[in-house]
Ligand binder design. Structure first.
Ligand SMILES: Cc1cc2nc3c(=O)[nH]c(=O)nc-3n(C[C@H](O)[C@H](O)[C@H](O)COP(=O)(O)OP(=O)(O)OC[C@H]3O[C@@H](n4cnc5c(N)ncnc54)[C@H](O)[C@@H]3O)c2cc1C
Length: 262
């Protein structure tokens, strides 16, 4: 079974900063880590490989510094690591990012199963997985809570949607995005770190991708325009409410209504 896991390096949430001029997240020069949700995707892939055999490839689109994240993926047990990296990819929104990942998957010869995390902790849209599946023209199930069965031809998954539990069976090739309760991710292994220390991480630039038409990549391929990005204002203004219980609840009601919370 050929499994590709899409993982993304994100800024450590404790050190997120916004560039005041560009209004974008500062993504370099800060502590970065593997998107926490992607650790669950990696774990799912490794468990499937343990059961069904095969090869797990970690794939990312990102700057060169993503190599650090790929070394951690090797320490968890992935077989191959590929980084799609090119200045031409800069400024990619969800559409361009998912298109680039789709192209990366095609240049790797496709996969039986593609696994993504549920969402990232920086972009947070949860759209990349389903968008990759659309580009590939394959079925997908998002926010999978458990894998019920793996056979040679299909995967059966459970998804809790709030009001119901849905069980789906998909034939390969297909894509799932996984929830954080699917498995407990294993810790990186020191032994695997030593064993894979010399294993290379493969870099693919735009030229290596099947589609040479630049209109689908980077800023040109990104129809989204972010008007402004800013940290929420922090206010520590407090009001003490005094009076009888009825007066207090009237005032509380008034305040909540004013803030459009009720
Ligand atoms: C106009 C615009 C310009 C932008 N410019 C940049 C930029 O220059 N540089 C930049 O880093 N970001 C940029 N972004 C943000 C970037 O578009 C998003 O980070 C990207 O689309 C992924 O979306 P998300 O983080 O919401 O992922 P989600 O959809 O929340 O992620 C779901 C899952 O998809 C997979 N995934 C997501 N992103 C990647 C990836 N890159 N590689 C592998 N797997 C992935 C992971 O498995 C993840 O758990 C820009 C966004 C906009 C709107």
């Amino acid at each position: 079974m050929k499994i590709i896991v899409c993982i993304k390096q994100v800024p450590d949430s404790a050190s997120i900063e916004v560039d005041p001029e560009k209004g974008t997240l500062k993504r370099t020069g800060h502590n970065s880590k593997t998107n926490p949700y992607d650790l669950f995707a990696l774990e799912a892939a490794l468990r499937i490989r343990e059961k069904a055999g095969g090869i797990v490839t970690a794939l990312t689109m990102g700057p060169k510094q993503a190599e650090e994240m790929m070394r951690d993926a090797y320490m968890m047990g992935v077989d191959e690591a590929v980084i799609l990296s090119d200045p031409k990819f800069a400024g990619s929104d969800v559409l361009a990012t998912s298109y680039t990942l789709f192209q990366g998957i095609r240049s790797l010869g496709g996969a039986d199963l593609i696994i993504c995390g549920k969402q990232t902790t920086d972009g947070d849209t949860a759209q990349i997985g389903p968008a990759i599946a659309e580009h590939l023209g394959i079925p997908h199930v998002a926010w999978v809570n458990s894998i019920e069965d793996i056979s040679g031809e299909a995967i059966t998954v459970l998804q809790k949607t709030g009001s119901c539990i849905q069980q789906s069976q998909m034939k390969y090739p297909c894509l799932i995005t996984v929830e954080k309760d699917i498995f407990v991710p294993r810790l990186p292994s020191y032994k695997l770190g030593l064993a894979t220390a010399k294993r290379s991480v493969r870099f693919l630039s735009c030229d290596a991708l099947p589609d040479k038409n630049m209109s689908c990549f980077g800023l040109i391929g990104s129809p989204t325009a972010v008007e402004r990005m800013f940290p929420p204002e922090v206010s520590d203004v407090r009001e003490y409410i005094h009076g009888t219980p009825a007066e207090k609840s009237d005032r509380m009601f008034e305040l909540l209504k004013k803030r459009k919370l009720i």
